[in-house]
Design a protein around this ligand. Structure first.
Ligand code: GSH
Length: 206
């Protein structure tokens, strides 16, 4: 049985839970991180020395880094669907995973943590403003890409969409000013029709 460590309101844990449910994989989830702690326990550090969540164990194999976990699950259990078999199609999906991890989340992190996880008196408004501006710049690239595309790598949902969905949900549902991004909004509307997305991502992120 697949086992996943990580609290349900984590942007990175949600990718893994959503992926499992898209693939209809049974799993056991253990609360860890945030108010649950546990990530500095020796047993946890032995599995994941970063002391971060998520961590996955599948049949004796242990893995951390959410996008790597999504890639692993999709390759093992979702070949031809979430994991396109054509190398070019898969590279497109993987490109958007790397964009999420290397461009979008670094831009958005300060605004998200500042507005959602920091008490008002401790917020840094300049840092939050700058983060929201960089996020809008990064998302404009995704919005332009999604013109005429149903999902980030073409006509079907892939690992690329799974890496992006939980970040997009936060940006679209926080009380912030957002520039209009119609293609992004239409893509996100498509995600919201999926039961696995509703269950794992469309939940409170506070
Ligand atoms: N690049 C890592 C980042 C993991 C990460 O930053 N996880 C956050 C939650 S989204 C975390 O563990 N925060 C500390 C905690 O929850 O205790 C991944 O994608 O898995």
């Amino acid at each position: 049985m697949i086992k996943i460590w990580g609290r349900k309101n984590s942007v990175n844990v949600q990718k893994v839970l959503w992926c499992c449910d898209e693939l209809e994989l049974p799993y056991e989830r253990v609360d860890a991180g945030g108010v649950f702690g546990g990530t500095r326990d020796p047993e946890y550090l032995a599995m994941n020395p970063t002391a971060l969540i998520p961590t996955l164990r599948d049949d004796g194999f242990t893995l951390w880094e959410s996008n790597a976990i999504v890639r692993y699950l999709a390759a093992k259990y979702g070949a031809g669907a979430l994991w396109p078999e054509d190398p070019a199609a898969r590279a497109l999906a993987e490109k958007w995973m790397d964009y999420q991890l290397g461009t979008l989340w670094p831009a958005f992190k300060a605004a998200f943590l500042g507005l959602v996880r920091t008490p008002p008196e401790k917020r840094d408004p300049d840092q939050i403003r700058a983060s929201l501006e960089s996020t809008a710049e990064a998302l404009a690239i995704l919005d332009a890409h999604l013109a005429g595309e149903d999902y980030v790598a073409g006509a079907d949902l892939t690992i690329g969409d799974i890496a992006l969905g939980s970040t997009a949900y936060r940006w679209l549902n926080m009380e912030i000013q957002r520039p209009a991004m119609p293609n992004l909004a239409a893509w996100h509307d498509r995600l919201t029709t999926r039961p696995a997305y509703q269950k794992n991502v469309m939940v409170p992120f506070t």
